[in-house]
Design a protein around this ligand. Structure first.
Ligand code: PLP
Length: 365
């Protein structure tokens, strides 16, 4: 079996989430009045309660969506703001949507991909109408953690709303810093839930214009028959977050050891944001002179599933927009690959990867 180190693209499904999805497939329409409908409704409510309990919010603050992408686009298009302030290292869901909106501004990031707070404050000061600040909690390519509590505080000080894409943070770091956020976007599949379900979490009392109009599901905020099975899988996965947070402490040690071995054997290899606050499972490395696609194929043949940057945009293996925004030159960025572990990773996965990567670097040099 190949070794899977691509959790930031998606995590293998947790057994408990799989069982919940399987049970959910037999349920019927959660909006029906009859007993079958009531059983499905109950299951959706139980999943919502699990998520609400973990986030310490009320059930009514959660809108289940088909993905974090849908949650993000709903928020960007539906929040009561006159424009969006965002960063250049956001996920494509943000990057592809903001140019379609009437007014948007991009704040620069530093060499680690961390947003410039002074710049954020400057833009907020000069905006006459309330803006929406859309900044991710954790970057999907480098694992860098934004100073999100500061971003939120600054926005609040200037009367702006905040949208935090916390997809890569959920299950990897505690979400306490998001306590003041107005809107949070989450996805189930990066932390062991099924693909095709996400959530939009709204501050109490905040309303949003729905993206999908139609039936009255999700309190008229997101039309469409609920994906009961996927929602149940999300609800089951979320109960495993506390143990995953513990495991991530170990994963951090394995990741750091891997990076140490790689840098001492091949000092020309660049590790991005190595000294910045990062989630424990992610490492982004560049081998100068070797295209990412070549490395990925080599690693695939030797039994490692990793990727170059964002898997959502793979297929196209181009230089990462995140690295380019961090000021990395195009040639180096074109040789960057991402290793990301998770709930089912072992220390051997990281050790064997280090060995294999070092050998590959020698071969390709
Ligand atoms: N935001 C981040 C940071 C991500 O990594 C991803 C997935 O790659 C998304 C948003 C989109 O999530 P989903 O796959 O649920 O649409």
């Amino acid at each position: 079996m190949p070794i899977y180190l691509d959790y930031n693209a998606t995590a293998p499904i947790l057994p408990a989430a799989r069982d919940a999805v399987m049970a959910g497939l037999d349920l019927l329409n959660a909006s029906s009045i009859h007993s079958f409908g009531r059983a499905a409704r109950q299951a959706v409510t139980a999943a919502r309660t699990n998520l609400a309990d973990y986030l310490r919010v009320k059930n009514a603050q959660i809108i289940f969506t088909s993905s974090a992408t849908e949650a993000i686009v709903t928020a960007l298009r539906g929040a009561a703001a006159s424009g969006v302030i965002t960063s250049p290292v956001e996920h494509e869901a943000v990057r592809a949507t903001v140019p379609l909106l009437p007014n948007h501004v991009v704040i620069p990031v530093d060499a680690n991909g961390i947003v410039n707070l002074e710049s954020q404050a400057g833009i907020l000061k000069t905006s006459s109408a309330p803006m929406l600040v859309a900044v991710q909690h954790v970057n999907n390519e480098t694992g860098v953690i934004q100073p999100i509590a500061e971003v939120i505080r600054l926005a609040k000080d200037h009367g702006a709303l905040t949208l935090v894409d916390a997809v890569q943070a959920l299950g990897r770091i505690p979400l306490d810093d998001l306590a003041g956020a107005d809107i949070i976007a989450l996805s189930a599949h990066k932390m062991g839930g099924p693909k095709g379900v996400g959530a939009l979490v709204l501050r109490e009392g905040l309303s949003i214009t729905p993206l999908l109009t139609g039936g009255g599901q999700e309190e008229r905020r997101r039309a469409g028959t609920e994906n009961v099975a996927a929602i149940m899988g999300f609800g089951a996965a979320i109960t495993h977050v506390p143990e995953h947070l513990q495991k991530h402490k170990q994963i951090g040690e394995w990741r750091d050891e891997m990076e140490k071995q790689i840098s001492s054997a091949q000092p020309q290899i660049q590790i991005f944001a190595a000294r910045a606050p990062r989630i424990a499972n992610t490492s982004m490395l560049a081998l100068p002179g070797a295209e990412a696609a070549t490395q990925l194929m080599n690693l695939d043949l030797t039994g490692f599933a990793v990727s170059s940057g964002s898997a959502c945009s793979s297929g196209k293996v181009g230089p990462s927009h995140v690295l380019l925004a961090m000021g990395v030159d195009e040639k180096t960025a074109a040789g960057a690959i991402r290793i990301s572990g998770g709930w089912n990773s072992s220390p051997q996965d990281f050790r064997q990867f280090a060995q294999c990567y070092i050998e590959m670097a020698r071969r390709l040099a």
